[in-house]
Design a binder for this molecule. Structure first.
Ligand code: ACO
Length: 284
């Protein structure tokens, strides 16, 4: 049975409430967090839930995401990130660009006055909301429909896999607004599409649709909008069919492969396999 949060799952309702204790964000209202968290067996689902604002994200959203990662129940093996409504996410809340900012969270103008250490901590805290999605013991899937702009694109890139609807529009808009993508998106983007294509996409801030996303490897699968949720559930079920320890070790190997020589990777395979075979076949 699914447990829902915010409203719902107790520990994560608490986590969302804890945002007010965050160093850089004071008393963020739940409406500014805009997340729903549910656990159904081994599958956790995080839903961006401000459809009327196209799931615009704030610092409170990212702190809440980080807390979800920190307190994820051990049994969870697949994490689905999805967005309610017509768009996955229209990126950072544009109120950050105004003098008033986002209630309880300031604005870019107030951020500009931070010293280097406070700046570093604030962006690192935001990035923590994204980085846990790469943990080897889980597989994260972004279910992306409509617009995925800026922080929305980066959230999709933070996941291991992307399943997209045929109306998807990925856009890295930060450079067009005078910013850089800083929510951990530049590395997966460059790793997936290559540096030249990433430069072209980001510096023109153009949109990438479903067919091109598939072709570039930005999406593993593209389906009709009405089939998106079912396609993600089917993928999650297929992922859950493998042995968890083997899946974790294999993800760890694959993640490290691009940064290793063939010899080092072969050695890592030997070490992981020795642990697997001992776990499976060692007599008592
Ligand atoms: N921040 C705050 N509010 C937003 C945002 C946002 N990023 N995006 C949309 N909204 C609000 C709109 O202001 C509007 O609110 P209102 O009904 O109170 O007027 C509501 O969401 C619906 O927006 P529309 O523009 O009417 O929706 P539509 O579906 O036609 O367009 C689209 C969606 C294309 C995403 C458009 O809203 C848009 O371009 N948004 C801004 C995208 C952007 O520049 N994001 C920043 C990227 S940079 C970064 O993330 C670091």
């Amino acid at each position: 049975m699914a447990e829902a949060a915010h409203g719902g799952h107790e520990e994560h309702t608490d986590a969302v409430r804890d945002l007010s204790d965050s160093e850089s964000i004071s008393a963020a209202a739940p409406a500014e967090v805009g997340l729903r968290f549910e656990v159904d067996g081994e599958i956790a689902t995080v839903t961006l839930n401000r459809p009327e604002k196209r799931n615009a994200q704030t610092f409170a959203t990212w702190s809440a995401l980080a807390r979800i990662g920190e307190t994820l129940p051990d049994r969870v093996r697949v994490v689905v990130i999805r967005g309610e409504g017509p768009s996955f996410s229209a990126g950072i809340d544009l109120r950050m660009f105004t003098p008033e900012g986002v209630p309880g969270q300031g604005s870019f103008a107030t951020a500009a006055a931070l010293d280097d250490g406070a700046f570093e901590r604030r962006i690192a805290e935001a990035q923590r909301g994204f980085l846990w999605l790469r943990r080897p013991d889980i597989v994260s899937i972004a279910a992306v429909q409509g617009h995925a702009i800026g922080a929305g694109f980066q959230l999709a890139l933070a996941c291991d896999l992307r399943v997209v609807a045929d109306d998807v529009q990925f856009c890295m808009k930060e450079p067009a607004l005078g910013l850089v993508p800083d929510l951990t998106g530049t590395k997966p983007l460059a790793d997936i599409v290559g540096v030249p294509r990433a430069i072209e996409m980001c510096l023109t801030a153009r949109s990438v649709g479903a067919a091109e996303a598939l072709q570039l490897g930005l999406a593993e699968m593209a389906v009709r909008r009405e089939e998106l949720d079912q396609a993600v559930q089917d993928l999650a079920a297929a992922l859950l069919a493998t042995d968890r320890a083997a899946a974790t070790a294999t993800k760890r190997l694959l993640q490290a492969a691009p940064g290793r020589t063939l010899e080092d990777q072969a050695a890592a395979e030997r070490a992981e396999q020795a642990a697997r075979i001992r776990a499976l076949f060692a007599s008592s």
